[in-house]
Design a protein around this ligand. Sequence first.
Ligand code: PMV
Length: 316
Amino acid sequence: MRKSTASAPGKVILLGEHFVVYGTKAILGSIDKRIQVTSILTDEDTINVKSNLGSISENSSISLKKIRTPLVPFFFLAKKMFDEFNYKGGIKIDIESEIPPGVGLGSSSACCVAGAASISRLFTKLSKQKILQLATEAEKKIFKNTSGADCTVCTYGGIIEYSKSKGFQRLELSRDIGLVISNSKKKHSTERVVSKVVKFKEKNEKKFLSLLEKESNLIEEAMHYLKTNDLRSLGKAMSLNQNYLEEIGVSNQNLQNIINIANKTSFGSKITGAGDGGCVISLVDNSNADTTMQNLKNKKYDCFSVSINPKGLDTF
Ligand code: PMV
């Protein structure tokens, strides 16, 4: 029985979501919440995927177009390997996740990265770069215009500066970065929010261009604050980024309420990921993590703390 397990981290976008789709840089970090995918080859001719989102079992020859679930990347990955290695049997894929889905914490990217690694290893040993390529292809089955930033940070881990045209650069951190994450509990569709931004851009070309320039400068500043461990200034940069995101219409009143509470004590807060729901991240350290969490919990918000963790894709 051939079996292979891989795990990949979830992610936050510290700065730059949406604008990254139009070519500016973004800064992302992998978090200490992960997804683990275990794949086993079977004698049946079925692809069987089991996760906390549900289970699905289909004949290995099923067309991808017929699969209408968020688990479609796993079918893509399995079928691609089956075709490439002329394999006629089946596969059982088990997903264990610590990352809440659909709220901007990279659960689908982590699934694609851990899935690509786990499934491909049953047939061949690929480099991280190849796994990333495969994972990005798989993610495009859910969201075809992905900037590729999410899968990149879930593969390599740590803090990365990412640009669609130039790729990524990993930043070595000399201290941990702590975040409080508040889940607004409203799931979002990245595709829908990204389309909303396309419409905003079409109606407000000039304003959008000026925001792209401001975002670009902000990312440069934030990189400097990260390198010099200046959390206060980094937090202010994140809050300024939130203003830009509000201008393009991807925030809402509930997210704003969370941000207002968190900002009483944190260094700065913003949405992470597509927005219009999903999560808010607040930058903290030991001095303000507990009070920030307590203030949010007092208002019945679902929050938890994470740290940026350097560990990316892992196979075992
Ligand atoms: O909400 P998420 O985790 O799918 O992140 C989306 C980030 C965007 O910048 C809005 C899109 C992208 O592909 O970078």
